[in-house]
Design a protein around this ligand. Structure first.
Ligand code: HEC
Length: 136
């Protein structure tokens, strides 16, 4: 009896581990990419830099433009922008080093780390968005 329940526990534990592994991997990749490509400016905790770089954590602008952010990650942006009632006006450089899959993982990392209620970002949506903002 003990043995059986022992095996059962072990099986449950293994399920639990593999379930988490699936969920954690893209999230982990998104975190590492965020740290390499975004944290320099937006900071590790997404708080930005007072008056110069807008926050990504709890930012009204980001909340309303999750998928559109794929375009600004790839192509950058400039011009004045209001985030949480403050105006920012510094150019953000784009990068062509991130694939659409990596951009999706970064967005999902941001959503999971700093928002409770944003839906999971799908690769197809990011792909379609990137097509629509492609530079000619
Ligand atoms: C060199 C500094 C720099 C880097 C690196 C950078 N950003 Fe930005 N980001 C900015 C600046 C500056 C703005 C404001 C642009 C403006 O005023 O037009 C901005 C704006 C944004 C915005 C829109 C405003 C907001 O806060 O919601 C998002 C979303 C964003 N960045 C995401 C990212 C992500 C994701 C990465 C990494 C892939 C990244 N940025 C890398 C400097 C940077």
């Amino acid at each position: 009896m003990r043995l059986i329940s022992g095996i059962f526990c072990l099986a449950l534990f293994a399920c639990f581990l593999s379930f988490n592994a699936c969920k954690e991997t893209p999230f982990q990749q998104g975190k590492i990419l965020y740290e390499n490509f975004c944290a320099n400016c937006h900071m590790d905790d997404g708080s930005g830099l007072e008056g110069l770089i807008p926050p990504l954590a709890q930012a009204d602008y980001y909340r309303d433009h999750v998928i559109e952010s794929a375009c600004l990650i790839r192509y950058g942006m400039e011009g004045p922008l209001e985030v949480n009632g403050r105006t920012y006006n510094q150019p953000m450089p784009g990068t062509d080093k991130l694939t659409e899959f990596e951009i999706t993982n970064i967005l999902n990392y941001i959503n999971e780390a700093w928002y409770d209620d944003l839906p999971y970002v799908k690769l197809e949506d990011v792909r379609a968005m990137l097509k629509s903002c492609k530079e000619d």
